[in-house]
Ligand binder design. Sequence first.
Ligand code: ADP
Ligand code: MG
Length: 388
Amino acid sequence: MIGAFHQRFGPTPQPRVFRAPGRVNLIGEHTDYNLGFVLPVALDLATYIAAAPSPDGKLRIYSEDRQQLREFDASSLGAAEPTHEWTDYPVGVARELVRAGVPVAGANLLIRSTVPDGAGLSSSAALEVSSALALLAGREFDPLELAKLCQRAERNFVGMPCGIMDQYISVFGRAHSAVEIDCRNFGHRLVNLPGGITFIAVNTMVKHALSGSAYRDRVRECAAAVEGIATVFPDVRSLRDVSPEQFAGVASRLPEVVARRARHVVTEDARVNRFVEASTLGDVAGMGKLMLESHRSLQHDYEVSCAELDFLVDAALALDGVYGSRMTGGGFGGCTVTLLRSDAAASFRAGVARAYHQQYGVTPRIYSCEPSEGAGEVKKLETIPSLA
Ligand code: ADP
Ligand code: MG
């Protein structure tokens, strides 16, 4: 990667390399922007940025993935406007840094990523967080503030009203652990996963055009649910504040669709907590059952699944060693995540690929979900993946 950087930007100076991981969310979907609970793990798949100062006051960003070089005046980043291109992610981060009082000087950035983009494994947050570290270039910044700043870039600049999960886990991920995040108070705890099991993500290889607009619709529907519920329980500020019992008492007062959306969120929050408990007790069957309940709730109540995701979940359940499976990420395509016995992983990969190919004529990409460390500077340069 250092070689690629020099080839593009010249022999000096030597760049530093920063890494931020993608993630797979084990359970707790569409709960983060409702200020509830999520349980992601940071992945070995990550976005790497090689960065060095540039004396001419330009911010140059090259994406190997897009094979595009874009150039901006560093001095005007505080007033940057979105262009609806991939550069909105790093430029949005730069603008937020300037607005937070952190000067951003000219720099050359080269981006390499192993996170598939648009697949629900959060390539966007991996790009935001790695960009933030590259632009900070080693300057201290509070990690939680960093995650929040990257979320603001996505919300305010990219225009996606996302919750905090993706940026948070990219910053706070930990090897060998899942991370339960409380999206209201921004605290987290590390969750041990039982031995002998593994999580595998399977990519439908589709992203339906609906995904962005439907996400915004769901955010609005949840706000409508809160408004309705608050007429009965005035203390309720978000769906996080609503217990399953309270919800049962008010559901019939909400419009039917709004009630189903809210039911998903309220029951999903409870499932995260039950999943953490099951994981701590080593109750793998219980974990699997909760994942499937989560999927059915996303499929029928929240309506963010799609035929390809439903197919992969059902195909997984028919295979040996599988405890549970669900869509992961925003939905309408992207990946499923499946919990299974480690020793069944090879036959699972073969079986699920065969079934999906038979149905759709497409070979799904499959990723093992080894919990990895959160973002930081890469000191061992030999760990950077070479270009695929
Ligand atoms: P997800 O976060 O699930 O991967 P998003 O739609 O939120 O999907 O983010 C994907 C977008 O992030 C891409 O369309 C692109 O604009 C940007 N992106 C991610 N990785 C890269 C990369 N390596 N180079 C350029 N743009 C990228
Ligand atoms: Mg994203």
